[in-house]
Design a protein around this ligand. Structure first.
Ligand SMILES: C[S@@+](CC[C@H](N)C(=O)[O-])C[C@H]1O[C@@H](n2cnc3c(N)ncnc32)[C@H](O)[C@@H]1O
Length: 403
């Protein structure tokens, strides 16, 4: 950012850019952060801000892997000009840190200018050395064009990102990368897991909570319910965002796992938020829950896993779809009683790939029927799945229209 210009940021998203973009827009909106999305060309987005954004905001996001400040825009790819601007920026960063050593790397993201990364990196190193600095660089792994958050953090790199926005070449310096250690800790170090029921990835859980919290500021703390809580992954992410949480599950063993995981989380992160978990059928909880809720976020029973569904006959697949649709609609009907005005439900709905270009999906049916029940669709459906997966997650956020 130059002294008299406003800061512009490049947000780099993980493997579900549309969902991550919706999450970012929701968080910026809720925090009344002054800024406007200038362009979105997956996997990155340019945000024009009115004032510098805080890294506290960055830490709220589940779908963003890196954020950088755009420091230059070139009208075309000119290797000499690129080299000169990168060198200037790296020297400025070294001076700010009062260091005579520079460790750096250059990444390319999305549609990028045609530039030879190795030659550019070597040329930058040579110029920095000529200016008296001790220099080392790290290149992206062979076949990749981008340095990972892990490499940037572990190697302590200043990363420069080259990307394209319309005809302009953007030069960005990374200012924040996701805390992969903390995400891994919550995923792999928690005391209880239940792979047989399928657990939601924590980053997806975080994005869903961010999308389901109210659109504008609200009276904290939020209270988030997960009526199919499993081992409590969604609730853990809601607690990290400062919400009190309630989990229910039909299986008492899952309820116990949730309790243990959330007690561990509270301890590990010194959280002051409250949690409770109880055994209940998700379709009949409205009479049991006494607290005022802010939002419901959940990943229900999604039916059989990838291996099992492949063995189903067409008839049994159809029966399965009807059974699951009924479960979700019964839940949505019951939860409507619990939601405040404009309260939201973030929910995962499954679809099943049955051949290369055929998908069996209940998503449209659930959305249509939910509308009749008094919900509107406020975001989604967003696909979240590995390309070769048979069972795919579709993320929908409904908003209660009543009261
Ligand atoms: C896909 S898992 C949820 C996983 C959870 N998101 C996690 O990360 O651990 C679905 C959960 O729904 C529970 N379940 C199935 N049918 C239910 C029902 N009718 N009411 C409440 N819970 C139910 C299962 O016991 C299971 O724990």
């Amino acid at each position: 950012m130059t002294a008299n210009s406003l800061p512009a940021y490049l947000f780099v998203f993980g493997n579900s850019p549309d969902l991550a973009q919706a999450e970012l827009a929701a968080v910026l909106n809720r925090l009344s952060s002054p800024g406007k999305i200038a362009s979105f060309s997956p996997p990155s987005l340019v945000l024009q801000a009115d004032s510098p954004l805080s890294s506290q905001l960055f830490e709220l996001l589940g779908g963003t892997v890196k954020i950088g400040e755009i420091f230059d825009r070139l009208p075309k790819t000119d290797p000499d000009e690129l080299q000169k601007n990168i060198v200037q920026k790296l020297i400025l960063a070294a001076k700010e840190k009062q260091k005579d050593k520079i460790s750096f790397g250059i990444s390319q993201i999305g549609e990028t200018p045609p530039v030879n990364l190795l030659s550019l990196t070597k040329a930058v190193k040579k110029t920095l050395e000529a200016a008296g600095y001790k220099v080392r660089f790290v290149l992206p792994t062979r076949g990749e064009r981008e340095l990972t958050s892990v490499v940037i953090t572990k190697e302590g790199l200043d990363e420069i990102i080259l990307s394209q926005s319309g005809k302009e070449v953007l030069l960005t310096k990374t200012v924040w990368v996701q805390n992969f250690e903390s995400w891994n800790k919550r995923d792999y170090d928690r005391p209880k897991v239940a792979p047989h029921t399928g657990m939601i990835p924590p980053k997806l859980a975080r994005m869903m909570v961010n999308l389901a919290l109210p659109a504008t500021s609200f009276k904290p703390p939020a209270v988030v319910l997960d009526p199919f809580c499993g081992v409590g992954t969604i609730l853990a992410e809601a607690m990290q965002l400062g919400a009190d949480v309630i989990g229910t599950d039909i299986d008492p063993k899952q309820v116990q796992r949730t309790k243990e995981n959330l007690a561990w989380l509270k301890d590990q992160y010194s959280l002051s938020t409250k949690f409770s978990a109880h055994q209940s059928d998700a379709t009949q909880i409205s009479r049991k829950i006494k607290q005022k809720l802010t939002a419901i976020v959940t990943e229900p029973d999604l039916g059989p896993n990838d291996l099992q569904i492949r063995r189903y006959s067409p008839e049994s697949r159809q029966t399965l779809m009807e059974k699951l649709t009924n479960l979700y609609l019964s839940g949505l009907k019951d939860w409507h009683h619990l939601l405040p005005k404009s309260g939201r439900v973030g929910i995962v709905l499954p679809s099943f790939t049955i051949s290369k270009d055929k998908e069996l999906s209940l998503v449209k049916m659930v959305i249509d029927k939910a509308k009749i029940m008094g919900y509107s669709l406020s975001a989604g459906p967003f696909k979240y799945a590995r390309p070769q997966a048979t069972v795919r997650r579709n993320i929908c956020v409904f908003e209660s229209e009543k009261r």
